[in-house]
Design a protein around this ligand. Structure first.
Ligand code: DX5
Ligand code: ZN
Length: 211
């Protein structure tokens, strides 16, 4: 069954606690927390603030998405996360990626690797047997509210063919209209930011995305 991870990226600071409670009450499966350092992506978020609000106001597992230059260092602020996913484009070698994955596993955190729209899956192929999940970005990382890039779903299909049981998370531009196409490509976790918070009935939105 597809699981749903609302992203709280677009939530204003003074509404964060109530937004986390809304996500928790919606029947969603995770809270997706986007950490941005203004270097790996041009946008900056206060990831620790978002993470603490989610940790204090929800029992949902926290799915941390690192869009930062030094994921190994930034990870230290998120050790209570259920899963932490770093971008393969933010590390200098497969060896460094494997060190991060090992560190996360030593801390009982599910390890994920993410790829940008123009990164081919060949770059992460040898990590697929080590990670717990892959995030396939369907927008250029950095901002919510962008349009889903359907060509990226070809990579979801490719990974699904290689790894029938691996968690594949699709992140960016998913809404109630294109969620079925995302599910059919083989996604097992779907991130929704704008589409979730713009929907009148959050529980219904979760059910529609879950399919
Ligand atoms: C973008 C983030 C996404 C984003 C999703 O860089 O990684 O998680 O918040 O928001 P929507 O669903 O609005 O694209
Ligand atoms: Zn994200």
């Amino acid at each position: 069954m597809v699981r749903v991870a609302p992203s709280i990226l677009s939530v204003d600071r003074d509404e964060m606690d109530s937004a986390v409670q809304i996500v928790s009450a919606s029947g969603a499966d995770f809270i997706h927390i986007d950490v941005m350092d203004g270097k790996f992506v041009s946008n900056t978020t206060d990831g620790v603030f978002m993470f603490k609000s989610a940790y204090m106001n929800s029992v949902l597992p926290l799915d941390v998405h690192l869009m930062v230059e030094n994921p190994r260092i930034v990870i230290e602020d998120y050790l209570q996360a259920s899963s932490i996913t770093f971008h393969i484009e933010s590390v200098s070698s497969i060896h460094e990626a494997k060190e991060i994955i090992d560190f996360l596993h030593e801390h009982n955190i599910r390890a994920g690797v993410a790829i940008k729209p123009d990164t081919d899956i060949g770059v992460i192929k040898e990590l697929l047997s080590s990670v717990d999940q892959v995030i396939v970005m369907t927008v250029e990382p950095g901002y919510g509210g962008q349009k889903l890039m359907p060509e990226c779903l070809e990579k979801v299909k490719e990974i699904r063919n290689l790894e029938p049981n691996l968690e594949i998370e699709v992140d960016g531009g998913v809404n109630l209209e294109n969620a079925a196409m995302v599910r059919e490509s083989g996604a097992s976790i779907i991130v929704v930011g704008t589409a979730f918070f713009q929907s009148k009935d959050k529980s219904e939105a979760v059910l529609i995305v879950r399919g």
